[in-house]
Design a protein around this ligand. Structure first.
Ligand SMILES: NC(=O)c1ccc[n+]([C@@H]2O[C@H](COP(=O)([O-])OP(=O)(O)OC[C@H]3O[C@@H](n4cnc5c(N)ncnc54)[C@H](OP(=O)(O)O)[C@@H]3O)[C@@H](O)[C@H]2O)c1
Length: 357
């Protein structure tokens, strides 16, 4: 399946793209094209002319007028899925069943149950599946995560993650509840994911407050998450505020803050603020700019080529979805929700694999 490409001295992964999404055009197609181990070999759109227009702009050799036709292309190894959220599960499962590896946009699914089916299908078909949380591949995120895990903050007791922006596009799936719209799924998923990652644990109880919009989506959701050992975190997601992308990790001996662009810093140099015991002290640490999307797709391609294991197995996405489900349920019920004691990853997937088999 993997071809020798004259432009690439080593093996390369041949990617197909489902849909001509904005994020594919501004970030993922360029990232794959600049990657050391991948090429964009084909793109599909519901509209064949649109597929051709985008293919011409980006120099993509093959186009398809339907997603199903692209999945039938035997020359493709991996599929990138940047469709509206309600289509992630269906097209991921169809791509996996067609024998392709899948990088699917966040949130992986509409809920944990869908995510479980997607992961089970990947396991049953022995294909790779990963949620496209690109921020995890940024060296700043990696450095902060390593510092926290090494105990550089002491015991991490409090954490805050915030991602919001002022949504002004009238015809956007983000406004439609049936398409997986709403701030919690769109940007709250980053906060939940980063909090679970940094705290290296699952919350036991969550309590959320939501302001709903005219179309029925959550416009603003703020959640509190109680983790084991007396650790508490908050997550904020909104379509109604000025741009906000921040992370604060507050330990018993030091604090790390990323006041801006915590998840999508672009390719500019990326900083974080380190503060020790004395709140008046503080130093900015700045890392070189990178393309985190490129690092993500290079990692995924390495895994497809068998050169590495996936750093973030898809079971992790089931756990993120389970917390998002609980936050949404809590907001509706106006009450705290206790999460199940059973592990969200291995046990659930083992059961789902058995169901798919
Ligand atoms: N990782 C990131 O940085 C990041 C950033 C933004 C968005 N995202 C994620 O990427 C996904 C796409 O977001 P986006 O803002 O790029 O979306 P978008 O520009 O609205 O594109 C979605 C694409 O899906 C296809 N599609 C299929 N059925 C559709 C339907 N019923 N309505 C609308 N589009 C439909 C369309 O392609 P065709 O018409 O060509 O078939 C459309 O271009 C979402 O899951 C989002 O959460 C990730």
């Amino acid at each position: 399946m993997l071809e020798q490409d004259a432009a690439h001295p080593t093996r390369v992964v041949r990617w197909g793209i489902l849909g001509t999404a904005h994020i594919a055009q501004v970030a993922l197609i360029p990232a794959i094209q600049q990657s050391r181990n991948g090429v964009v070999a084909a793109i599909a759109s519901r509209d064949p002319i649109q597929a051709e227009v985008v293919a011409q702009v980006y120099g993509i050799p093959r186009t398809y007028g339907s997603y199903a036709a692209l999945l039938d292309d035997p020359e493709l190894d991996a599929i990138y899925i940047p469709l509206p959220n309600h289509l992630h599960a269906e097209w991921t499962i169809r791509a996996l069943q067609a024998g392709k590896h899948v990088l699917c946009e966040k949130p992986l699914a509409l809920n944990a149950e869908q995510a479980q089916h997607m992961v089970a299908t990947a396991r049953a078909h022995e294909r790779l599946l990963m949620e496209a949380f690109m921020y995890r591949f940024h060296p700043r995120s990696q450095e902060i995560h390593a510092l926290v895990q090494q105990g550089a903050l002491g015991h991490l007791l409090l954490a805050r993650a915030s991602f919001s922006f002022r949504h002004t596009r009238p015809h956007d799936y983000r406004l439609d509840p049936a398409m997986g719209g709403g701030a919690l799924l769109d940007v709250g998923c980053y906060g939940v994911n980063v909090l679970r990652w940094m705290l290296n644990a699952e919350p036991e109880v969550v309590h959320a407050y939501t302001v709903y919009g005219e179309t029925g989506i959550d416009v603003t959701t703020v959640g509190m998450l109680r983790f084991p050992d007396g650790r508490i975190a908050t997550v904020e997601a909104s379509f109604a505020t000025a741009v906000q992308q921040s992370l604060a990790l507050i330990g018993t001996s030091a604090t790390i803050e990323v006041p801006h662009t915590a998840f999508a810093p672009g390719t500019a140099p990326a900083s974080y603020l380190w503060r020790g015991a004395d709140a008046r002290d503080g130093s900015n640490v700045t890392l070189d700019g990178v393309d985190e999307y490129q690092l993500m797709v290079e990692h995924f391609s390495d895994a497809v080529l068998g050169d590495t294991e996936l750093a973030y197995p898809p079971e992790d996405s089931i756990c993120t979805m389970r917390v998002l489900d609980a936050l949404a349920e809590s907001a509706l019920a106006e009450a705290p929700i206790t999460l199940p004691m059973q592990p969200c990853d291995t046990l659930a997937v083992a059961e789902a694999v058995a169901a798919v088999a």
